[in-house]
Design a protein around this ligand. Structure first.
Ligand SMILES: O=C(O)CCC(=O)C(=O)O
Length: 301
């Protein structure tokens, strides 16, 4: 079948490297619409209701966990580690304390929905890539990387956090602002999706909260850890312009550094998994659970 959006070269590059940079996926108008919407959400965010500021006495250790675990069908706000001082007071204006907004933007917010679930360009790309037979969009986030406070995202692969058996996560990450070496552009370990298997998964713990469950023996985990340590110098920093889409294979290792600059680095990201019955199992251990009111949405009609 003829390709609709990607070139065969781009598809080959994605298969080889485990990620693909697609400049100008969104026009500057489309990008600014999302950036302005993200900023408006931050302005409207009522921090007085937030569990981190409301429950500082340790009365209920799981309030923060539940705020996160039940955010799949909501628009919620997750704060930077340095957002509060030791007295539980905000260290800066509320907009600048937010690390990310998640996880139901693609369903609930009309502007983010339009780019994710009502986007012919995206559907064409997804059909060309053939990564999934029946792609389901399951979560979305705006990551704000605020000036000076925006924290690092350590090396990881996305299938650890959005686990299916076999792994099938695919990330779509769209720069809403220019991404540079000082404001926390993404960097990737090319080809690591082939050499670094998923060794653990992020799960709901039976005792409440979340944790990691190992999928391989200790020896194998150690071997893989050493291998990624050995290849540390091979990371490629991908600076990019607003409107750039980065496709991220669920197994490729990637990270971003702390924003040490005076410029924010807003990005919109969402993920898909395989939804075709019998092809990949999504189970109840995952932190993110579909709800009857909001099941994961099919991307292709
Ligand atoms: O935006 C970032 O800095 C990190 C994003 C990321 O690693 C992800 O979405 O998997």
């Amino acid at each position: 079948m003829a390709l609709e959006y990607l070139t065969q070269d781009q598809i080959n590059q994605f298969r080889r490297n485990g990620y693909l940079i697609i400049p100008n996926f969104l026009s500057s108008t489309e990008t600014n619409v999302l950036l302005n919407r993200a900023k408006a959400l931050l302005d409207a965010f009522d921090i007085s209701d937030h569990p981190l500021t409301k429950f500082t006495t340790g009365d209920d250790n799981h309030v923060g966990d539940n705020y996160f675990l039940n955010s799949g069908d909501k628009i919620r706000y997750f704060l930077e580690e340095d957002a509060l001082d030791t007295n539980g007071k905000l260290t800066r204006e509320k907009q600048k304390t937010v690390n990310k907004i998640g996880h139901g933007l693609h369903e609930l917010d009309p502007l983010f929905r339009k780019v994710t679930l009502q986007n012919e360009r995206l559907r064409s790309l997804v059909k060309d890539l053939k990564f999934h037979k029946n792609p389901l969009a399951l979560q979305s986030m705006v990551i704000t990387k605020q000036t000076h406070i925006g924290g690092e995202v350590p090396e990881h692969n996305d299938s650890t956090f959005l686990f299916t058996s076999p792994p099938s996560a695919l990330g779509f990450w769209i720069a809403l602002e220019k991404c540079t070496s000082t404001n926390g552009a993404l960097s990737f370990l090319p080809g690591s999706h082939i050499t670094s298997p998923i060794t653990k998964r992020f799960v709901r713990l039976p005792t409440g909260g979340t944790g990691f469950e190992s999928l391989v023996g200790e020896e194998e985990e150690e071997r893989i850890r050493k291998e990624s340590e050995r290849r540390k110098g091979e990371y490629i920093l991908e600076e990019c312009e607003p409107g750039t889409l980065v496709l991220i294979h669920g197994s490729v290792l990637h990270k971003s550094e702390r924003n040490t600059s005076p410029k924010t680095r807003f990005a919109y990201t969402f993920h898909m998994i395989e939804g075709e019955p019998g092809m990949a199992k999504y189970d109840e251990k995952n932190w993110l659970q579909p709800t009857p009111e909001m099941p994961f949405s099919r991307v292709l009609a």
